[in-house]
Ligand binder design. Sequence first.
Ligand SMILES: C[S@@+](CC[C@H](N)C(=O)[O-])C[C@H]1O[C@@H](n2cnc3c(N)ncnc32)[C@H](O)[C@@H]1O
Ligand code: SF4
Length: 415
Amino acid sequence: MITNLLRFLFTRSLRPFIFNNENKYGFNTDVPGVGIYVHIPFCTTLCPFCPYNKIKYDETLASSYKDALIREIHMVSTLNNKKNGITSVYFGGGSPALMLNELSDILTALKNNFYIKSNIGIELHPKDINKESLMKLKNVGFDMVSIGIQSFEEKCLKVLGREYINGAEKVKIAVASGFTTIDVDLMFGIKGQTKEDLKSDFTTAFNSGATQVSTYPFIDFSYANNQSKPLGKKHKKELFKYLETISKELQCTRTAVWTFGKKDIPKYSSITRDNFIGFGSSATTILRDFFKINTFSVTEYIRCINNNKIPTSLTLNFTKRTRALYWLFWNCYTLKIHNGHFKRLFNTELEHTFKLELWLGILLGLISKTKEGYELTKKGAYTYHLVEQAYTHHYIDKTWRILKQEAWPDEIKLY
Ligand SMILES: C[S@@+](CC[C@H](N)C(=O)[O-])C[C@H]1O[C@@H](n2cnc3c(N)ncnc32)[C@H](O)[C@@H]1O
Ligand code: SF4
C-alpha cells in the first residue's frame, strides 16, 4: 500500500502513526504565529458526497453550541499567561452562516482573548448568501469568503445530489458586498463532467469576480452516500492537466496544487498553517509537537465543556521527524519549500533533515531548486495530487469514520 511505503521511507520507521485518548486538557499554546479555526457543524441539508462533521441545524442546539464555543475559547486562551498573536482566522463547517446571529459574540470572544492581526475568513453555502447576510458578516469583521459552488452546471450539481442555485449571482453579491478575498470551491471528476464543463466553471467563477478558485478532486469517502462515483484516475488526470491550460488562458497563477488565484490578493488557505488552534466539535489543533482532535459528537462536546474540560478526543504526539514531515507535506501543497522558513521553525537545516528525500525529488523530476529552496514541478504537482488522495482515502477517511461513530475512541492507528 502506498501510504505504508511512503511512511516507511519518510519516517524511517515501521511504527504507524498512533492517535491515543490521552486527555489533552492542558497544553502549551505559547507558540508564535498561530492560526485559529472555528468549526460550526450545522447544515440545512446534508449533502451525500460531504465527508465533514456536520449535523442538521437545530436552533436550541446551535445556541448551546455557541455558549460552549465561547467557553472553550476562554479555557484555551487561559492556558497561556499572555495573549497569543493570531495570524489567521477561519470559520468552517458545516455552514457557519446558519449561526449568523451568534457569530458576532464568538468573534468578540476571540478578539477579547487573542490579538487578531489577520484577515478573517468564512466558508459559505451559496444558499446562505444574500445582500443582508453578507452585510452582516462584513459588519462583524469577516473580510474573506469561500463559497461552496462545486459546479455552476446544473447537470454536475444533480450528479452530486445538490439542488441547483445560480452560483454566479451569489459570487456577484459577494463582490458587491466588498469582500477582499472571494474563493470559489469547485469539484472535478464528477461523473459526466467534461473538460469544457470544467473550463466553463473556472471561467464563470473568475468572470463573476472570484479572486481565487479551489478545484478539489471529487473523493468518494467510504461513509458517504454517493449515488454516482467519481470519474476514474485516467479521466481525473486529464481534468487535472487541463487545469494548467485553463489557468494559463485566464492568466491566473497556481497558488497551490488545487488552487488558482489572482496575484497580490490575500489567499484563502485554512489548511496550510504551521500552528493552529481549533475550536468546536471535530476541530483540530496543531501546536509544535502534537496534533489533537476534538470530539466529533456535538452533544458530547457541549457536555464536556460544561464540565470544564477541553473536549480532546484523540492526540498524536509528533516526533521531531514526523513534525517536520507534516510541515513538508503541507508546504508541498503550496508548491514551495522554503529553507529559511524551515530553519526558523525547526532550528535546523531543511537539507540536513531531508537530504535523501530532496535528492530523490530532484532525481525523479518532482522538485527543482530555487533561490529560497525548492518548488514542485508540474510532474511534482500531479504526484502530490495522487499522494494527497491516497492519504485522504487511507488516513482521513478512517479517522473521521471512526470519530463519527465513537465520541471517545481508545486509539486509531494509521499505517
Ligand atoms: C466544508 S465543505 C463545504 C462548505 C459549505 N457548507 C458548502 O456546502 O458550500 C468545503 C469544501 O470541500 C469540498 N468537498 C466536500 N466534499 C468533497 C468530496 N467528497 N471530495 C472533494 N471535495 C469535497 C467542497 O468543494 C466544499 O465546498
Ligand atoms: S457540503 Fe456543505 S452544506 Fe453540504 S453537508 Fe457538507 S458542509 Fe453541509
